[in-house]
Write a protein that binds this ligand. Structure first.
Ligand code: CP
Ligand code: NVA
Length: 309
C-alpha cells in the first residue's frame, strides 16, 4: 500500500511518470476508471479552498466518490483517537487525503488505516503543492512541453518564512529534481534540523542554501516564490511576523536583480501588499493561476501513481 506523505515517497523515476500522467490528464479532462467505485475520505483539520476543490473534483474525475469531512464534525473533535478513527475508516474507505496540523497525524492515519494516505498539507510539508509547482515550472521552462530537464539547474528562490511547510517542501522537491534552491528570510525563521531530517530520510542530498539578504538571493534567479508570512496555526505571531518579514516582500525592485525572464510563483492564498506587491502578483510574470489549475491534474496523477505503481 503506497502513500504520499513526503516528496520522496515517489522515486525520481516514479515522479517523472507522475508528471507525464499529469500532462496527459491536463490535455484531456473527463471521467476515468482509475479508482472506479472507490470512496476516498478528504479530512480537513485546517481551512482550504484549492486543495478541497481540486481533490473533490479529481477523485470524481478518476471514477471515485469523494467524501469531504471536516475534522470538527468527526468524533475526533470530542476526543476519539486518531488510531480508532483511522481503523474505522480503513473498514469503509479506499483512500484518505488529510490536511492536518502536526505531521505525525498523517503518519498515524497511514499506520492505522491500512489505506493509501495523501498529505494535503501539514505544519511540516505540502508535497501536493510542491509537485504541482515543479510541474508548472516544467511546463513554463519547457515552453509547453513539461520535462524535468527544462528545470534542471534553474535558480529558485523562496522568500519569507523559510521554516514553513512550503519552504521545506520546495527545498525538498527542488533538491530532488536538480534545481538550485535558495531560501531567503529573517534569521529567526531559518529552517531547523527538521528539514535536513526529511532530506536524510528521503535519501536526497540537502543542496539548498540560506541567504538573509533578499537582493543577493534574487541575483540571476529564474523563479521568485513566496507564501503567506502567517501560516495557519501561527495567527498569534502575526504582528511580529509581519514586522520582521517586510524586507522580504517580492516586488518590482527585487525582480530587477533576477533574470529578465524570471517568473513569480505563490501557492495561494496571497495577500497583495504583504508578501508580494499587487503589481508583481498581477503581472505577466505571475503564473499563480496555472499553479492553482495544475493542483487538479497533478493530484489526479499522484492518486493514479499510488494505485498503479
Ligand atoms: N495552496 C493551497 O493549498 O491552497 P488551499 O489552502 O486553499 O487549499
Ligand atoms: N504556509 C501556508 C500554506 C497555505 C497553502 C500555511 O500553512 O498556511
Amino acid at each position: 500500500m503506497r502513500s504520499f506523505l513526503r516528496e520522496t515517497d515517489f522515486s525520481f523515476d516514479e515522479a517523472r511518470e507522475v508528471f507525464a500522467i499529469a500532462d496527459r490528464y491536463k490535455k484531456v479532462r473527463g471521467r476515468l476508471n482509475v479508482i472506479q467505485d472507490q470512496s476516498w475520505g478528504l479530512i480537513f483539520f485546517k481551512k482550504s479552498t484549492r486543495t478541497r476543490l481540486s481533490f473533490q473534483t479529481g477523485v470524481f474525475e478518476l471514477g471515485g466518490n469523494p467524501l469531504v469531512l471536516e475534522a470538527d464534525d468527526l468524533q475526533i473533535a470530542r476526543g476519539e483517537t486518531i488510531e480508532d478513527t483511522a481503523k474505522v475508516m480503513g473498514r469503509y474507505l479506499h483512500g484518505l487525503v488529510i490536511r492536518a496540523y502536526g505531521h505525525e497525524v498523517v503518519e498515524e492515519f497511514k499506520k492505522f488505516s491500512g489505506l493509501p494516505v495523501i498529505n494535503a498539507l501539514t505544519d511540516a510539508l505540502h508535497p501536493c503543492q510542491s509537485y504541482t509547482d515543479i510541474f508548472t515550472m516544467m511546463e513554463y521552462f519547457g515552453k509547453g512541453t513539461p520535462t524535468l530537464e527544462a528545470i534542471k539547474g534553474k535558480k529558485f528562490v523562496f522568500y519569507g518564512d523559510t521554516a514553513c511547510n512550503m519552504a521545506y517542501s520546495l527545498a525538498l522537491a527542488g533538491g530532488m529534481f536538480g534545481m538550485e534552491v535558495v531560501l531567503s528570510g529573517p534569521e529567526q525563521f531559518r529552517p531547523t534540523a527538521e528539514l535536513d531530517k526529511f532530506f536524510k530520510e528521503g535519501g536526497v542530498a540537502p543542496t539548498w542554501t540560506f541567504e538573509p539578504d533578499p537582493k543577493k538571493a534574487a541575483k540571476n534567479a529564474d523563479v521568485l516564490y513566496t507564501d503567506v508570512w502567517v501560516s495557519m496555526g501561527k495567527e498569534a505571531e502575526s504582528a511580529e511576523r509581519v514586522k520582521i518579514m517586510t524586507p522580504y516582500q517580492v516586488n518590482g525592485e527585487l525582480f530587477k536583480n533576477a533574470h529578465d525572464g524570471a517568473i513569480f510563483m505563490h501557492c495561494l492564498p496571497a495577500h497583495a501588499g504583504m508578501e508580494v506587491s499587487a503589481e508583481v502578483l498581477r503581472s505577466s510574470k505571475s503564473v499563480i493561476f496555472d499553479e492553482a489549475e495544475n493542483r487538479l491534474h497533478t493530484q489526479k496523477a499522484i492518486i493514479t501513481g499510488l494505485v498503479k505503481f
